[in-house]
Design a protein around this ligand. Structure first.
Ligand code: NAD
Length: 553
């Protein structure tokens, strides 16, 4: 496929060219996803996560924007895998856009079928927030990554990572948050990355402190910082499938070990061990099947090193990229020896409907985000973690694209925050409307048996009715746009998940929509976990009034 290369950036400010703020917000967020400061490979429309795209082609971007500009306030645009395919008359409170990305009938839900359909130009991989136009750069995952490492610190290291070394890999769109999340928890991180440009980008945006291409130097720097209890993040240029086994051979065992390479995609994501002079792009083109087999074999070596580190005392966890499943396919039988991060550290929060709430300032003015930060601190004065994040954490990195923010909020909190932002827009405190969304990695919006729904108490890991209910409920509750995707995070065949985005433009209509969507969306998370038998979710339902047809009793 040949793509015409364009450089795009979202329009900023209080004037809109579309007929309503939802259409304008969808347009700005699509363009923001493709902003070179935001997207990992904007020339290929790749936003993050291997080949997670925002639209199928540049022609499709142009067509979507043109339709959004003419879309009436009682119409809905349908988007099929990154292509505008139809406009239908609905009503004022309906979503203005409904998106479906990468969905395949289960028996056909493999990378091989997907690749063939993509070659024919019929489908696009939307990852999670790439194809649903609410990616906000590496910050989008930073707080969740911070929370995950904090939970690991609480469970295993007395509440802080001070004096510990974490080894991980991958400095891409999501993985790039790892070094800063570790240093915010006062620890030391060595992050192996095969692509020097990714290392450079994380240094430039302050996510990574330093880098080297020498394992000895990385270990020396890490050990010194560990001894002194000093936070430090080190990018190590190399292939994780070579570096981690070499660490084991040298008897270097970190305190924590995980991975965030694009292991979910053995053809376009994970880079296998290469011989001198071999180029992954050429190799992939010439012999895709051979490339994939080599990637699987490399993942097996990589995963085996993690398991060996675990046997020798490291705390190991999978970080949601499906390395274990592909390592097993590559011949390493013991790949599932360590748990996924959700059952290990996050599920408790999902029981409260807590998850990644994010928002972006359509004005483009960072001041608007700082004002919302302060407003949230006043709204939730008792939340110590939120205070630490909004006063200390957020000073550590630069915005990418439209100024944006993320923080984890639960049932009964997100609606309050959304309505407050709407009031701020109404009062003129903010220069332009705020767009509010979330990752699909959330309490009630995913079925992903090797990630969000791994080891559910009632064994319901693979049941995908729940994200479909979430998707439909958000649509009828008045979300600005909704999306339903397949394969995000862990690859084809392994997940189904839904997204929603709403817009606070200061009107009564926006308040009506926000109150419902931001209550019901996390409410489905409480529902999902209560029905799976989690007592905490049942208690949350009882205490906060989520009606579960009596099952909460
Ligand atoms: P990305 O494609 O932007 O980055 C992946 C990085 O891994 C690239 O920089 C690539 O060069 C590097 N890499 C690939 N193979 C390597 C190897 N063998 N050794 C060292 N480096 C290697 O992807 P991303 O957005 O950072 O996402 C990373 C993974 O995490 C994906 O599988 C994604 O689906 C998953 N993910 C996890 C979460 C979460 O919360 N845990 C959320 C979203 C996505």
């Amino acid at each position: 496929m040949t793509l015409k290369t364009r450089t795009v950036r979202a329009p900023r400010g209080p004037q809109r060219t579309a007929k309503g703020w939802i259409q304008e917000a969808a347009k700005r967020m699509l363009l923001n996803n493709l902003d070179p400061d935001v997207a990992e490979k904007p020339e290929e429309l790749i936003v993050y996560g291997g080949r997670g795209k925002a639209a199928r082609s540049w022609e499709d971007v142009e067509r979507i924007i043109a339709v959004l500009d003419r879309l009436e306030n009682d119409e809905t645009l349908l988007v099929q895998s990154g292509r505008a395919v139809g406009v239908f008359r609905t009503h004022e409170l309906a979503p203005r856009v409904i998106i479906a990305n990468s969905n395949l009938v289960p028996k056909w839900a493999t990378w091989e079928v997907f690749d063939e359909l993509e070659r024919l130009g019929l489908i696009m991989f939307g990852q999670m927030t790439a194809g649903s136009w609410i990616y906000i750069g590496t910050q989008g995952i930073l707080q969740g990554t911070y929370e995950t490492f904090l939970a690991a610190a609480k469970k295993h290291f007395g509440g802080s990572l001070k004096g510990t070394i974490t080894v991980t890999a991958g400095l891409g769109g999501m993985g790039g948050a790892q070094p800063l999340a570790v240093t915010l928890n006062e620890g030391v991180a060595i992050v192996v990355e095969v692509d020097p440009h990714r290392i450079q980008r994380r240094i430039e945006t302050n996510y990574l402190d330093t880098w080297t291409d020498n394992l000895d130097e990385a270990l020396r720097l890490a050990e010194a910082a560990k001894r002194e209890g000093r936070p430090l993040s080190i990018g190590l240029l190399g292939n994780a499938a070579a570096v981690l086994p070499e660490m084991v051979r040298r008897d270097f065992i970190p305190d924590l070990v995980t991975d965030q390479t694009s292991a979910h995609d053995p053809l376009y994501g994970y880079v296998p061990l290469l011989n001198e002079g071999e180029d992954p792009d050429t190799l992939r083109q010439r012999d895709p099947e051979g490339y994939k087999q080599r990637a699987l074999a490399s993942m097996a070596q990589h995963c085996a090193a993690i398991v060996e580190m675990q046997k020798r005392g490291a705390i190991a966890f999978d970080y949601g990229n499906n390395l274990r499943a592909f390592a097993k396919e590559g011949g390493f039988e013991d790949a599932f020896a360590y748990p996924g991060f959700v059952p290990a550290f996050i599920r408790d929060q999902f029981c409260e409907g807590r998850g990644p709430f994010r928002w972006a300032a359509l004005s483009g003015n960072p001041e608007d985000i700082y004002k919302t930060d302060r407003a949230l601190l006043e709204l939730f004065p008792e939340d110590e973690g939120l205070r630490r994040w909004l006063t200390h954490g957020v000073t550590k990195f630069k915005f990418q694209g439209l100024p944006a923010r993320i923080c984890w909020l639960g049932y009964g909190e997100r609606d309050k925050a959304g309505l407050l932002f709407n009031e701020m827009v109404r009062r003129g405190d903010l220069e332009a409307p705020i767009v509010i969304g979330r990752d699909h990695l959330d309490a009630g919006s995913v079925a992903s048996p090797y990630r969000e729904t791994e080891a559910m108490r009632d064994g319901s890991d693979a049941i995908a009715d729940w994200p479909l209910l979430n998707f439909a409920l958000n649509a009828v509750s008045g979300a600005g746009w909704v999306s339903f995707h397949h394969g995000g995070g862990v690859g084809m065949g392994y997940s189904l998940h839904a997204g929603q985005v709403s817009v606070a433009d200061g009107t009564d209509e926006a308040a009506w929509r926000l109150e419902r969507v931001l209550t019901n969306d996390p409410g489905t998370g409480v529902m999902r976990h209560a029905h799976a038998g989690y007592e905490k979710a049942k208690a949350v339902a009882r205490e906060r009034g989520v009606d579960l047809c009596g099952w909460e009793q």
